[in-house]
Design a protein. Structure first.
Ligand code: PEP
Ligand code: MN
Length: 342
């Protein structure tokens, strides 16, 4: 059920509706919009009688939601969500660029890469301290020591830190250090982890599972939002197909598909999406051209020595060039987005 308040509804009238929803044993999710507030309701098993709400002052209409998701959809919130991360944002006017190594390997390596990222005017730094590796014998990340290094990057360069939360056991620790909590592709349907980050006050960047449909992707975001954390950023990072010239098949068509159904921002990761350095810049350009709200790319000062994902890491000079291109392409397409029907 979705309650759409009248444009002239007062804050008190909205509060009264929230109270009635709670008294019925459900959870209200108010979403203020440019012209009116809509309120999503979760926690109900069956259909709710709309007459509970239609009679309340300030209520415009009570609508049954036919889609499997309620909170991520544009029925509830028509306007694009802009996720604020301190004074930076994702989904706003400027394209968000998130860059850094696959993994935090040492203080020296991380600081050197962060200096390059910051010098391009980029606001977000990535780096894993807890790494989901296919082999148990591969480098698993520095753990808390890595998080401490990331905190030093924030202090020194003012970069916002995006880092992965691998499991519920380490979520409290990662939450203390991160500005944005990353949920990796392998965890997209780890429902207890999604619920855990749903209770966090930090924004969550949710990566698409490697065989997830659009609906499964959106429902994973719904898990986070249903717990009350509405600051979710989606990230396309490629899906698995028969193609063997590429690590994954980057599905750029999901960007307008997401934008059609959801108000959440979506960024693209062409590094994991391709697995090869020479493909990252072309696909990053394409991601911005297709209308993504930003990109996430891996950068390394010595990729030949990287402890993970060296072959897909951009060299510093490649990254510097990419940042310029992203801004140039974005300035061309941003004026066009409003005319593209969603
Ligand atoms: C990552 O971004 O560090 C990562 C592990 O990516 P993914 O979860 O998309 O494989
Ligand atoms: Mn990686």
């Amino acid at each position: 059920m979705l309650i759409v308040m009248k444009p002239e509804a007062t804050d008190e009238q909205v509060e009264d509706v929230l109270k009635v929803i709670r008294e019925l044993g459900f959870k209200p999710h108010p979403m203020p919009g440019a012209t009116r507030t809509a309120i999503g309701i979760t926690g109900n098993q069956g259909a709710i009688d709309p007459t509970h709400f239609e009679i309340l002052p300030g209520v415009g209409e009570a609508i049954r939601v036919s889609k499997p998701y309620k909170l991520v959809g544009r029925d509830l919130k028509h306007d694009d969500t802009v996720v604020a991360v301190g004074e930076a944002d994702i989904g706003g006017r400027d394209p968000a660029i998130i860059a850094g190594p696959c993994a935090v390997e040492s203080l020296e390596q991380t600081m050197e890469i962060a200096e390059i990222v910051a010098s391009c005017g980029v606001k977000f730094f990535r780096g894993g301290a807890f790494k989901p590796r296919t082999s148990p014998y591969s480098f698993q990340g520095l753990g808390e020591e890595g998080l401490k290094i990331l905190a030093r990057v924030r202090d020194r360069f003012g970069l916002k830190i995006v880092t992965e939360v691998l499991d519920t056991e380490t979520a409290d620790m990662v939450e203390q250090y991160a500005d944005v909590l990353q949920i990796g592709a392998r965890n997209m349907q780890n429902f207890s982890l999604l619920r855990r980050v749903g209770t966090s006050r930090k924004p969550v960047m949710l990566k698409r599972g490697m065989s997830a449909t659009l609906e499964e992707f959106l429902l994973a975001a719904e898990y986070i939002m249903a717990e009350g954390n509405y600051n979710v950023i989606l990230c396309e990072r490629g899906v698995r197909t028969f193609a063997d010239h590429t690590r994954n098949t980057l599905d750029l068509s999901v960007v307008p598909a997401v934008q059609n159904r959801s108000h959440l921002p979506i960024i693209v990761d062409p590094s994991h999406g391709t697995g090869k350095r020479h493909k990252v810049i072309p696909l990053a350009r394409a991601a911005i051209a297709v209308g993504a709200d930003g990109i996430m790319v891996e950068v390394h000062n010595h990729p030949e020595r990287a402890l993970s994902d060296g072959p897909q890491a951009l060299l510093p000079e490649m990254f510097v060039q990419l940042v310029e291109e992203v801004h140039a392409i974005h300035s061309v397409v941003s004026g066009q987005r409003s005319v593209v029907s969603r």
